[in-house]
Design a protein around this ligand. Sequence first.
Ligand SMILES: *Cc1c(COP(=O)(O)O)cnc(C)c1O
Length: 360
Amino acid sequence: MSKRVYNFSAGPAMLPEEVLREAAEEMLDYRGCGMSVMEMSHRSKVYDRIIKEAEADLRELLGVPANYKVLFLQGGASSQFAMVPMNLMKNRVADHIVTGQWAKKAYQEAKLYGKANVLASSEDRTYSYIPDCSDLPVSPDADYVYICENNTIYGTKFKTLPDTKGKTLVADVSSCFLSEPMDVTRYGLLFAGVQKNVGPAGVVVVIVREDLVTEDVLPGTPTMFKYKIHADNESLYNTPPAYGIYICGKVFKHLLGRGGLPAMKEYNEKKAAKLYDFLDGSKLFSNPVEPRDRSMMNVTFVTGDEELDARFVKEATANGFENLKGHRSVGGMRASIYNAMPMEGVEALVEFMRRFEGSV
Ligand SMILES: *Cc1c(COP(=O)(O)O)cnc(C)c1O
């Protein structure tokens, strides 16, 4: 038997063990088909059921209204940095709130297609907080307001959505997707690269309001980058990332079985509180972000001494706590505690941190 570690990676990240076991069982022969889902035609009846069921389960989990399309695309979350402006920047004006590196990358990409404005930013304090977005200077001709809702690298999250003054809200929700309930109707479009909380890297889920899916896209937009072509073909315009979608489908069912998103929220809040409470009481470790903006998924911490940070990461790894090193741009440590990280993993980490603190 192989030994599984507590993997605190920001992504690709842990998946539910039950899902991995089920996939392993079905690897050579998917439910009597005599072939793996990896080998199957995406036009087959069997695969059609897999993708339709995945969509239906996701709609149920998140309460996606009927006037929203659910698309399973490829190219990861980063492809959306271009796909969003190509499809939605009708006036060639987009307002961006820059709260971290992913938000900044999306902003820089949008500039390739039109006028991208920075409405607010937290770059002045290394993205350690979410700016006040209650009264933003939204551009009268903006096609949309763009946010990255949970900042994976810095460990911050929008607890209230910005007031977009009637403009369409577009959100990158990659690292908080399905961690708690969300009101889809507040968004014109949201997307999530699934490797943070849902499935294998490469797949990106896009949920977009029907009226935003039109033929009226920027000139030169490649066919594969049009939402409409994928919406019209129910994500089967070309060969989709079929195996990845199959695993996502299993994760959706797994989450429904655990009581859905309200139950996940409760569980995730407990895990995050365990870690933040420890950090707040610690004399060695501290969490460098504004407390009210703390992410429930990505918990960053530092000792204030780079050498000690490195020693901590090394000793943690030796003890079965993997990938605790912070993002290369910020240093320190980061524990990503997505849905599939069990409470026991967080408890064991806190215990290990307590012992480490006592030993230095
Ligand atoms: C990881 C991440 C991305 C990039 O995802 P890719 O699938 O690698 O393109 C974008 N946005 C956020 C918030 C992320 O956490």
